[in-house]
Write a protein that binds this ligand. Structure first.
Ligand code: NAD
Length: 439
């Protein structure tokens, strides 16, 4: 099949490269000339494990091309996917659909009859209807508009795309269903469940999934607070509940609050949809509040661990990206923490294995260093913000010896309290009471 992918970011590039790997002929289109130039020169605009070799292999086979020119990119395409950004609109949190509708208007002038237009971007309920309306207004009638929300996770995006828990297709006609079934045939053969629904249902399913995961994270974060107050261990509580099949073990890691390019904006957008529909979503509304408060309060944890004063203290930060294995800094919990540390007079020295370039765009007044050891050196406190694997392997004796103070604030519960204390560090995890251990 010939596929065009409008928007070549995290989702568009990964989806395009994977579709090409399935054997389709894919053209990825983006307005950002620097991204397309980089891709045409074999350089990846984002950091995602396994992406570079996948892109190069399929580009060499001639199945994956890149362009800034939408008309030539969509020429002959049987399906045009829209994978542009849908950030939160400033002020009200509604999904900003200007990129989606902008792409649709450009498409209207060049699309051939019979094409399937498929939203892969996360879009509010009714966006497919609006796309259909715009196309009709532009004189395009014989196209099928479908919704195929994407569930991949950054950091594991290729594996998620190729082995999805499910594929959701919202289509109002047979033709769109047929096109999407053909496109996903290789996964279908691998028995990945494909769920066909109405278009509006598919649009809502994506928001419901992200909101549910956000609720799960905020739930365990509140339980962590309770664990601290009553001397219990949230890791054991999470394991104790997660082994229950009805609950499941994932997304039960207490920490500094969720961030990233999806949960914060998608929970807000769901609330906007609910408000417009006149249906309150109290659980999601509270989750947003709980998470905002949590991110804002992390600085207090560091301050308390240091005995109540941050001014003049040297704080080593390990990890800036919103999670490991990505360079994505969008809404990362590190941002409010680092900003507040600087505001309260701390001297911040930060290291992230891959996100430095992105972090430099959003954080100022701090020193970026190129190794964990450099962040540790002469620090009064060390704060683990992102749980990169390489931090798990740090020798805590050496860490303690290199530091000026001995405070370790482990916002991801990477280390064992006993081991840290044996190294001479004052350990502050999340949700791990003093008397919590079984031994
Ligand atoms: P991104 O910001 O990384 O990429 C979007 C790209 O679209 C940019 O490169 C931008 O230049 C391009 N673009 C915007 N308007 C365009 C136009 N008219 N023509 C061509 N290109 C255009 O965004 P992303 O993280 O890939 O997210 C895309 C969508 O997928 C969002 O709706 C997001 O919510 C959703 N999503 C993201 C993830 C994720 O983990 N990042 C996962 C699932 C779903």
């Amino acid at each position: 099949m010939r596929i065009a992918m409008i928007g070549t970011g995290y989702v568009g590039l990964v989806s395009g490269a994977c579709f090409a790997d399935f054997g389709h002929d894919v053209c990825c289109i983006d307005k950002d000339g620097s991204k397309i130039d980089a891709l045409n020169a074999g350089r990846m605009p984002i950091w995602e494990p396994g992406l570079e070799s996948l892109v190069k292999a399929n580009a060499e086979r001639g199945r994956l091309t890149f362009t800034t020119d939408l008309p030539s990119g969509v020429e002959g395409a049987e399906a045009v996917f829209i994978a542009v950004g849908t950030p939160a609109r400033r002020g009200d949190g509604h999904a900003d659909l200007s990129f989606v509708y902008g792409a649709v208007r450009e498409l209207a002038g060049v699309i051939k009859p019979g094409t399937a237009v498929v939203t892969k971007s996360t879009v509010p309920v009714g966006t497919g209807d609006e796309i259909e309306k715009i196309l009709r207004e532009e004189g395009v009638t014989d196209v099928s508009v479908a919704s195929n929300p994407e569930f991949l996770r950054e950091g594991a995006a290729i594996a998620d795309f190729k082995h999805p828990d499910r594929i959701v297709v919202g289509a109002e006609d047979e033709r769109a269903q047929h096109v999407l079934r053909e496109i996903y045939r290789p996964l279908f053969l691998n028995r990945a469940p494909i769920l066909f629904t109405g278009r509006r249902t598919a649009e809502l399913t994506k928001y419901a999934a992200n909101a549910f995961l956000a609720v799960k994270i905020s739930f365990i974060n509140e339980i962590a607070d309770l664990c601290e107050a009553v001397d219990a261990d949230v890791q054991d509580v999470a394991r104790g509940i997660g082994l229950d099949n009805r609950i499941g073990p994932k997304f039960l890691h207490a920490g500094p609050g969720y961030g990233g390019s999806c949960f914060p904006k998608d929970t807000l957008a769901l609330l906007q949809t609910a408000e417009k529909a006149g249906v309150d979503q109290r659980i999601v509304r509270t989750t947003v509040q709980v998470n905002d408060d949590r991110k804002a309060s992390m600085v207090d944890r560091v301050e308390a661990a240091l005995g109540g004063a941050l001014a003049g203290k040297r704080i080593g930060i390990l990890g800036l990206a919103f999670k490991p294995n990505t360079d994505d800094m969008r809404d990362a919990p590190s941002i409010p923490l680092v900003k507040a540390l600087v505001e309260r007079g701390a001297e911040v020295v930060a290291f992230d294995p891959v996100a430095r370039e992105q972090a430099e765009k959003v954080l100022s007044g701090i020193e970026f260093v190129s190794s964990a050891q450099a962040a540790v050196r002469q620090a009064d406190a060390l704060v683990v913000v992102t749980e990169w694997d390489e931090f798990r392997a740090l020798d805590l004796d050496k860490v303690a010896a290199a530091m000026r103070g001995k405070v370790l604030v482990d916002l991801r519960n990477v280390y064992d309290r006993e081991e840290a204390e044996q190294a001479g560090l004052a350990y502050h995890g999340v949700g791990r009471g003093r008397r919590a251990s079984a031994s």
